[in-house]
Design a protein around this ligand. Structure first.
Ligand code: ATP
Ligand code: MG
Length: 242
C-alpha cells in the first residue's frame, strides 16, 4: 500500500531547476530514506508534498490526496521541516500547549509527547535557551501531537549528538513497528542508512535510485551505491583534468 506518491514532480525557481521529473512512492509501514547531497532537491520535494510550494508540474500526494485536501492533517501527518521556528521566550510545554489548543488536541497529550521525545525534564525551560538537538526533539514532539501515523521529517538528525541520532533511529523503528510510516530526508547517509527499509536517492533534482535495502544488499551496499551515484559528476570532472 502506498502512503505517498510523487509523480513527475518538477519545481523550478526561475532558472534553478530544483526538482526535475521526480517520481517515487513511499510504502505504508516502512521507513523510507530520502537521500541526496546538499542542494539535490529534497527539501523542495517535501515542501511541494506539504503544499508549501506550488509544483511547476507533476504531483505529490498522500494516498491520492493533496495535503491541502486533507481535512485534519495534524491527525494524519506529522511534519518536521528544516526551518524550525519557536517563540524564544516561551517554555517548551507552553509552546506545545498552544499548538494543541489550536488543533483541538486534548491537553494531556502535551506531556505524553514531551515524554516520547525525552524532553520531560526540560518542559519548563524557555525554548530560546534550547540547543539545536533539543529544538529538533521539540519539533518532533509538536509533529506527534495529533497522533499521526505518518511522519515527514526533513534532516531530523541535524544538531543531534550520536546518542540523539541513535535515539531517533530507535524512535522511527518503534513508530513503524506499531503501524506507522516514515519519510525521512538526509544528506548524512551514515546516520540513517542502518535504520531505513527503502531508499530514494536524488541527485541534481532527479531520482537516481529507488530500492529496498534488502534488494540493494544491505546498508553497506547502500553507502557504496550512494557515493557512486551522487559523485558521478565531480568524478568525471576530475577525470577531465587529468
Ligand atoms: N525558494 C528558492 N528560491 C530559489 N532557489 C531555491 C529555493 N529553494 C530551493 N532552491 C534551490 O533549489 C535547489 C534544491 O534545494 P533544496 O533545498 O531542495 O535541496 P536539499 O536537497 O534539501 O539540500 P540540503 O541537503 O542542503 O538540505 C538548490 O539549488 C537551491 O538553491
Ligand atoms: Mg534540505
Amino acid at each position: 500500500m502506498t502512503a505517498i506518491e510523487v509523480a513527475g514532480l518538477t519545481k523550478s525557481f526561475g532558472t534553478v531547476h530544483a526538482v526535475r521529473d521526480l517520481s517515487f512512492v513511499v510504502r505504508r509501514g516502512a521507513i523510507t530514506g530520502f537521500l541526496g547531497p546538499n542542494g539535490a532537491g529534497k527539501t523542495t520535494t517535501l515542501r511541494a508534498l506539504l503544499g508549501l510550494v506550488a509544483p511547476t508540474s507533476g504531483t505529490a500526494t498522500f494516498a491520492g490526496r493533496r495535503y491541502a485536501e486533507i481535512q485534519h492533517p495534524t491527525h494524519e501527518i506529522g511534519v518536521v521541516l528544516d526551518t524550525i521556528r519557536f517563540h524564544p521566550g516561551r517554555r517548551a510545554r507552553d509552546h506545545l500547549r498552544v499548538l494543541a489548543l489550536a488543533a483541538d488536541i486534548r491537553p494531556s497529550r502535551v506531556d505524553e509527547v514531551l515524554a516520547l521525545v525525552e524532553l520531560t525534564d526540560a518542559a519548563h525551560r524557555r525554548v530560546g535557551g534550547f540547543s539545536l538537538g533539543m529544538r529538533q526533539r521539540l519539533a518532533l514532539a509538536a509533529a506527534l501531537l495529533g497522533e499521526p501515523n505518518l511522519l515527514v521529517l526533513d534532516e531530523p538528525t541535524n544538531g543531534l549528538d550520536p546518542h540523539g541520532v541513535a535515539w531517533l533511529r530507535g524512535f522511527m523503528r518503534s513508530f513503524v513497528d506499531v503501524g506507522g510510516t516514515v519519510l525521512v530526508s538526509s544528506h548524512q547517509l551514515a546516520e540513517i542508512a542502518q535504520s531505513v527499509d527503502d531508499v530514494v536517492i536524488v541527485a541534481d533534482g532527479r531520482s537516481v535510485l529507488q530500492s529496498s535495502i534488502t534488494e540493494l544488499g544491505g546498508p553497506a551496499e547502500l553507502e557504496r551505491t550512494f557515493l557512486e551515484l551522487t559523485t558521478a559528476a565531480p568524478a568525471s570532472q576530475n577525470g577531465a583534468l587529468r
